[in-house]
Design a protein around this ligand. Structure first.
Ligand code: NAD
Length: 270
């Protein structure tokens, strides 16, 4: 049996879901990355004090030089088991370009950069959202979402998003799912997998910020959830932990919903 411990890299590792994923994967060496040094240092310190084998490096995922530094850092430390991509922003930032660049364009930059480190049984887990499933398939914007780096893609998607950053968020998360289909064959040739996970409402700083902006919508979503509660970061992290494990060895190029069942009820309402 191969007992080599392989690396788990978590982007957005200082955030609610990212940090919970790191905790759920405690038996492997963890590399935390997030936007600022302060956030990374604080998270590494916390997890190390809880007994985790953890290191970290700051990386603005929209900056190609930072991504290169991250890849070199990971490459020097060992072999890649999982790249868990939990960095992202909600529509609350009120900036369509920022939502598009951080959530979608940077996701493709990272998929391509991490490919350098991919070996047999590596896996990429990309955080999408239940909201992605509210955007139907469409030839024109799906082409743009699948090719986020193309010059015209942002303008095409913005037009469909009606200049609304919350709707842009939903589009970018559909794009994340489309990227798993785009790259599954390439990763599969190395025996590696690429999967997205779509949380419902999860009580993290991101969701609490959204709750302040749209309190009625958040209450409606809770009432429409069959389990009558919001999700906790651990609900998502446990699903991610399963997807990283060998038990999920035949799961790739797909999306896993972790939403307490709310999506089906939202669909019935519209
Ligand atoms: N919380 C929810 O209800 C929910 C629901 C559906 C999907 N999601 C998705 O799950 C993921 C994690 O969300 P969360 O709730 O933990 O949010 P969070 O705000 O707690 O964490 C997100 C992290 O991303 C980091 N980040 C933002 N921009 C960055 C950049 N340019 N470079 C590097 N890091 C950057 C932030 O610093 C933060 O630590 C996100 O992709 C989010 O869209 C969350």
């Amino acid at each position: 049996m191969n007992t080599e411990k392989k690396l788990i890299v978590v982007t957005g590792g200082a955030g609610g879901i990212g940090q919970a994923c790191a905790r759920a994967l405690k038996d492997q060496p963890i590399i935390i990355t997030d936007y600022s040094h302060e956030m990374v240092d604080e998270t590494v310190e916390t997890l190390a004090s809880e007994g985790f084998d953890v290191t970290g490096i700051a990386c603005d995922i929209t900056d190609k030089k930072d991504i290169e530094k991250l890849i070199n850092y990971v490459g020097r430390r060992g072999s890649l088991k999982a790249f868990i991509h939990a960095a992202g922003v909600s529509g609350a930032v009120n900036d369509l370009k920022k939502v598009y660049t951080i959530n979608l364009l940077a996701t493709e930059l990272l998929i391509n950069a991490f490919y350098e480190l991919v070996v047999k049984d590596s896996v990429a887990i990309l955080l999408s959202s239940m909201k992605a499933h509210t955007i139907p398939a469409n030839k024109e914007y799906d082409e743009a979402l699948t090719n986020p780096q193309a010059l015209e893609s942002f303008d095409i998607v913005s037009r469909f998003a009606n200049k609304d950053s919350d709707i842009m968020y939903n589009f970018t998360k559909r794009g994340v799912q489309l990227l798993t289909h785009k790259y599954a064959d390439k990763w599969g040739e190395r025996g590696a997998r690429i999967v997205s996970v779509s949380p419902g409402v999860i009580e993290t700083p991101m969701a609490l910020k959204a709750a302040k902006e749209h309190p009625e919508e958040m209450e409606m979503l809770k009432q429409a959830t069959p389990l009558k509660r919001n999700g906790q970061p651990e609900d998502v992290a446990d699903a991610v932990s399963f997807l990283v494990s060998d038990a999920a060895r035949f799961i790739t190029s797909t999306d896993i919903l972790v939403d307490g069942g709310v999506l089906q009820n939202i669909k019935k309402m519209t």
